[in-house]
Design a protein around this ligand. Structure first.
Ligand code: PMP
Length: 461
């Protein structure tokens, strides 16, 4: 059998991919007909494909490559750790230095008294940990009926049975028998799509008070926790109105409901602070971290919990864990990633320099005829596409039709932008420079122009 390498013709790689590889969140039959793009290497903010095209990655992979591609330091650390101790578990009275050091570092970086780290391999797994740990916590406190999680429609918390249930994606709930019992979804603070005639401020309060209504309806003695992303990511980079989070915090405090901030995207600098909870001014009892923890160079995630929760959980055996919890190679890579984020002051740079620069450029896109609003926090941003900015109208086509066209035009202009319905989103590597931001915006405008031309031709505008 011939070896399958980067040097094979693209069509052969595409045919092999179509024959044996099932892609996540993809209609695989359709993809096979269309032909997949083969990414062969990456450096900084650029990907290269098998045809030699250089593509600016406006999504940092899946919101994760915060320090950019091609940092040899991480490869070196991984190789060193693999030689020294490639694997050991932390289940039965053992530990190892990478897990000790990473937990210590995370406890130092995370806000408040979030000082105890339970490792996992992915954000989905960490949120599954949260479901089991929170329910066990309340049971240990003599309140086993406090088992309901309140989450939000259009939230994303992962794809496993538990985390997919926490999430509020209706297309996911339509398949595979989720959500599991005792997960309750309230409406999201998405003013552009759902705010109607109310001001963003009033709407933010209304949507926060939906949490209070749900607690009162379900019973305070039944509700365990509220989970949310500080800024919804996969839902379309929905930045909540300023009134939203303070009211949510007040309600969680009043009813003794644990607040879980899912920081899988927002953590490690994405919003211009180390954690989105800091940007949004909230005090979570638990945070979920993944992605930027290792900049995607190795799969690793964690639930980071307060002194109170860790103390209660420590009083009993917690029958939960993963083979790769605290994997030494992934932990060593994450530590090196954090060292780079700190030493190169990448988070500060996003907050005071490149973030504000991107904000100015991104918000200027609202002068484009297709763009209704532009939202941005740090380096996660979205624009709403609309045929009528004043009325925030939808297109006369299925939701997502125009977004998909725009994504394809973006791809054709060598920029990775993602669409969520008819919103376009970006989340570039945090190391993106000013000149690379200029290029990203230029390509985004070309994509918008090309999209406008096509949908005008199609009679959608
Ligand atoms: N939570 C959030 C907020 C996410 O964005 C994601 C992934 N996009 C997850 C959880 C799930 O992480 P993973 O894909 O690593 O399981």
């Amino acid at each position: 059998m011939t070896a399958i390498t980067n040097h094979m013709p693209t069509e052969e790689l595409q045919a092999l991919d179509a024959a044996h590889h099932m892609h996540p969140f993809t209609a695989n039959g359709e993809l096979a007909d269309k032909g997949v793009r083969v990414i062969t290497r990456a450096k900084g903010v650029y990907l290269t494909d098998s045809e030699g095209c250089e593509i600016l990655d406006g999504m940092a992979g899946l919101w994760c490559v915060n320090i950019g591609y091609g940092r040899d330091e991480l490869a070196d650390i991984a190789a060193r750790q693999m030689r020294e101790l490639p694997y050991y578990n932390t289940f039965f009275q053992t530990t190892h230095v990478p897990a000790i050091a990473l937990a210590d570092k995370i406890a130092e970086l995370t806000p408040g008294d979030l000082n105890h780290v339970f490792f996992a391999g992915s954000g989905s797994e960490a949120n599954d940990t949260n479901i089991r740990m929170v329910r066990h916590y309340w049971a240990l406190k003599g309140k086993p009926d406090k088992s309901i999680f309140i989450s939000r429609k259009n939230a994303y918390h992962g794809s496993s049975v538990g985390s997919g249930s926490l999430g509020g994606m209706s297309a996911m709930h339509a398949q595979g028998g989720i959500p599991i019992p005792d997960i309750h979804h309230i409406e999201q603070p998405h003013w552009w799509a759902e705010g109607g005639e109310s001001s963003p401020e009033d709407f933010g309060l209304t949507r926060a008070r939906a949490l209070e209504d749900a607690i009162l309806e379900l019973g305070e003695d039944r509700v365990a926790a509220f989970i949310a992303e500080p800024v919804q990511g996969a839902g379309g980079v929905i930045v909540p109105p300023e009134t939203y989070w303070p009211e949510i915090q007040r309600i969680c405090d009043k009813y003794e409901i644990l607040l879980i901030a899912d920081e899988v995207i927002c953590g490690f600098g994405r919003t211009g602070n180390w954690f989105g909870s800091e940007t949004m001014g909230i005090r979570p009892d638990i945070i979920t971290i993944a992605k930027g923890l290792s900049s995607g160079y190795a799969p690793i995630a964690a639930s980071v919990v307060s002194e109170e929760i860790a103390g209660v959980i420590a009083s009993d055996e917690f029958n939960h864990g993963y083979t790769y919890s605290g994997h030494p190679v992934a932990a060593a890579v994450a530590l090196e990633n954090i060292r780079i984020l700190e030493e190169e002051q990448i988070v500060d740079q996003v907050r005071v320099d490149t973030g504000p620069y991107l904000k100015e450029k991104w918000e200027s896109l609202v002068d484009h005829p297709l763009v209704g609003e532009a939202k941005i926090v740090g380096m996660m941003a979205s624009i709403a596409l609309t045929p009528d900015k004043k009325t925030r109208a939808k297109f006369a086509a299925d939701e997502g039709t125009v977004g998909l066209i725009c994504r394809e035009k973006s791809f054709a202009n060598n920029l990775i932008m993602r669409h969520v319905g008819d919103r376009m989103v970006i989340s570039p590597p945090l190391v993106i420079s000013r000149s690379e931001i200029d290029l990203m915006i230029k390509r985004a405008r070309l994509a918008l122009d090309d999209c406008l031309e096509q949908i005008t031709g199609d009679g959608l505008m």
